[in-house]
Design a protein. Structure first.
Lengths: 249, 102
């Protein structure tokens, strides 16, 4: 590893330590949110080990939450595959951006390694890195954040048994709070996104009550609404990708 | 039952990882279709919004506490609170409002 990184102004070890440091606030946030995810996992019937494994392998809040809803309903394997795909579709974009950002001199193996840690928050700190991305920066952030996410889930599953309904009720909204923290800041900057969030809220509310569509599982409803609304938005408001180009620096 | 949960988790892992690994390892150039670009750009916001509401008011002990958490979360995120702050605030709002309401 040492030789190629001599070209850069810092070593892989430094990059790892820097990533680890930036991963600490992410990991602390993950722990609290994962605890709430554990509550959802528990009601889906997962034991703490299964929750730990699901979280360390998937590292996806919304994707896992959607998946646990499907598991709770004991729906088909196809449904969990499709819902995971839809809920995590944004990672396709982030991964695409990272394919340009990662140091091109690094081997394919590092591309597979960085792929493991494509999450909203780690992606955010990666894009803040100047120039090419050193994969060891990502590994440093993941080394703290991922175990926090997984152990938070496992502890949430264990402690969920002991906690009164009020605490469970309060923690279950942490995840929704996190979703709001992801979608609202871009909505403030982009009126199209703001309108889409409002339309999505209304459509989702209506879909939960209308005849026929309300009889579908919530997972299927999320897929249908997302595909229809995103397709409409893409047709009506084509999004230029200039900003992603700038980010790649 | 146990085996099928493990299989569910395995499928979740396989799909999540493939989504993240394919573009990084295969795509070197830019995606050309403007429609697909736009579609993918909007997907996260719509999916997360659809998953948040009305689920947030159905996950709490009373719909009102969930609604208050939603409003507080929207306001906090709008004014730039971090992910951790927004998540904590929503929890605290539910805890306090249910303490008063129930």
């Amino acid at each position: 590893m040492g030789n190629e990184s001599k070209m850069k102004n810092r070593s892989d070890g430094q990059a790892f330590r820097e990533g680890f440091r930036d991963g600490i606030p992410i990991g602390l946030g993950y722990f609290a949110v994962a605890f709430a995810l554990g509550v959802a996992a528990r009601s889906a019937g997962l034991n703490p080990l299964q929750g730990f494994m699901a979280s360390i392998t998937c590292l996806a809040s919304a994707g896992q939450y959607a998946g646990f809803t499907v598991i709770a309903a004991r729906a088909s394997y196809l449904e969990i595959a499709v819902i995971t795909l839809v809920a995590n579709a944004r990672y396709l974009l982030m991964s695409t951006a990272l394919s340009q950002k990662i140091d091109p001199r690094r081997s394919l193996l590092h591309r597979f390694g960085v792929a493991w840690f494509v999450t909203d928050e780690i992606f955010a700190i990666e894009t803040r890195q100047k120039g090419h991305l050193n994969p060891f920066y990502t590994y440093g952030a993941g080394a703290f954040a991922a175990p926090m996410w997984a152990s938070g889930t496992a502890i949430g599953i264990m402690a969920g048994n002991l906690m009164p309904g009020r605490i469970v009720s309060a923690l279950s909204v942490a995840l929704f709070g996190m979703f709001l923290a992801v979608i609202i800041p871009p909505a403030r900057k982009d009126k199209v996104i703001l309108a889409l969030v409002a339309v999505s809220f209304a459509a989702s509310f209506a879909a939960a009550r209308l005849p026929w569509i309300s009889t579908l599982s919530s997972g299927t409803r999320i897929i249908l609404l997302t595909v229809v609304l995103a397709a409409l938005a893409a047709l009506l408001f084509p999004h230029p990708s200039e900003d992603t180009k700038e980010d790649l620096g | 039952m146990n085996r099928s949960i493990n299989l569910y988790i395995l499928i979740m892992f396989a799909v999540s990882y493939v989504i993240r690994a394919l573009p990084l390892t295969l795509i070197r150039g830019k995606i050309r279709s403007p429609f697909l670009q736009s579609f993918l750009y909007y997907v996260p916001y719509i999916t997360l919004a659809v998953m948040t509401f009305p689920a947030i008011i159905e996950s709490t002990q009373t719909p009102l506490s969930g609604l208050l958490a939603l409003i507080a979360g929207l306001a906090a995120a709008w004014f730039g609170a971090s992910l951790f702050q927004v998540a904590s605030l929503c929890c605290v709002v539910v805890l306090i409002s249910e303490f008063i309401l129930l």
